[in-house]
Design a protein around this ligand. Structure first.
Ligand SMILES: Cc1cc2nc3c(=O)[nH]c(=O)nc-3n(C[C@H](O)[C@H](O)[C@H](O)COP(=O)(O)OP(=O)(O)OC[C@H]3O[C@@H](n4cnc5c(N)ncnc54)[C@H](O)[C@@H]3O)c2cc1C
Length: 276
């Protein structure tokens, strides 16, 4: 690992000022489960590492039906999947967070790190896409918010400008039913070969898939088909097949393209079967 200077700000303002000053020479670090692996492998060689863990305002998970769920930038996967409100009102997100890596990884890994890392297979992305989550950003010019679907732009590319960081994610509250499904080669400590979420919210359907395109993706044609008529076995099969036309998986070490397409159809069919 290349030598670097370790910086430990105590406020968001300090962290933003450091990132603005050092720009591309600096990286933020939360749980470090992505960033340090990439540094070890020389895929990232920052001169400065800005550790966010000493910023109290970034911690915690809050919920009310009026304001929805708020996940602070330092909330870990284990905190998220153990949170009673997340389990009751956002069970697909609880399941996704609980499927990341191992217990040890989840003790450090944050949901915000999972999103900013912008891997196509980020497990918490597809429930957040379906819930219309909002990413909260702080930067040199103040704060702003972006829908998560506009925040993740491509593999490892997000819509952060110079000096900006993510302070949290807000997830609106709506009564929802549905499923998160992770297909992987092993039950534990494995990355998703395909992951997906299907939700029914206020009578309408939302479908999002991961690891089948450069970034996680909502499937608007499949959603429109489902919202157009009652859920019959024929409609479910039509939706499962249509979903495979809205993704563009590749062959890689975990699976080939056809297997991933079959799994997309399976996830949609299986989740809709339970909602019917
Ligand atoms: C053994 C192992 C197993 C894993 N298994 C899975 C898995 O099953 N599923 C899965 O999805 N992932 C998995 N991962 C990847 C990783 O654990 C997750 O992506 C994790 O959620 C990243 O969070 P973190 O807090 O550790 O991020 P970090 O490594 O600290 O940061 C990740 C990226 O986000 C940036 N960043 C972090 N916080 C902020 C912020 N507040 N503002 C701006 N930028 C920020 C960092 O600069 C970096 O680019 C695994 C990793 C390991 C090592």
């Amino acid at each position: 690992m290349k030598e670097f200077q370790y910086l430990l700000p105590h406020t968001v303002a300090e962290a933003v000022a450091l990132k603005e000053k050092y720009d591309k020479a600096a990286v933020f670090m939360a749980g470090a489960t992505d960033v340090v692996v990439r540094m070890r492998d020389y895929l990232l060689t920052p001169e400065y590492v800005i550790d966010l863990k000493a910023i109290p305002e970034l911690g915690g998970i809050t919920f009310s039906k009026e304001k929805g769920l708020h996940i602070g930038a330092l909330a870990t996967m284990n905190e998220i999947c153990a949170d009673e409100n997340v389990k009751q009102y956002y069970p697909t997100l609880a399941k996704a967070a609980g499927s990341v890596g191992s217990k040890q990884v989840r003790n450090r890994a944050t949901c915000i790190g999972n999103i900013v890392n912008a891997s196509p297979l980020a497990d918490t992305a597809t429930p957040l896409y379906c819930y219309d989550a909002i990413v909260e950003i702080a930067g040199p010019n103040g704060t702003r918010e972006l829908p998560i679907t506009e925040f993740i732009l491509f593999v490892r590319k997000v819509a952060l400008e110079r000096g900006e960081m993510v302070t949290g994610i807000r997830v609106p509250f709506k009564e929802a039913q549905g499923e998160f499904c992770k297909i992987s080669r092993r039950d534990q400590v494995d990355l998703s070969t395909v992951c997906g979420t299907v939700l029914k919210i206020d009578g309408t359907y939302r479908v999002a898939m991961g690891s089948v395109a450069p970034q996680p993706r909502r499937l608007p044609k499949t959603e429109a088909l489902l919202n157009g008529a009652p859920l019959t076995p024929e409609r479910i099969e039509e939706a499962a097949q249509l979903a495979t036309t809205e993704v563009s998986p590749i062959d890689d070490v975990r699976a080939d393209k056809q297997y991933r397409l079959d799994m997309v159809a399976y996830i949609v069919r299986n989740a809709l079967g339970k909602l019917a």
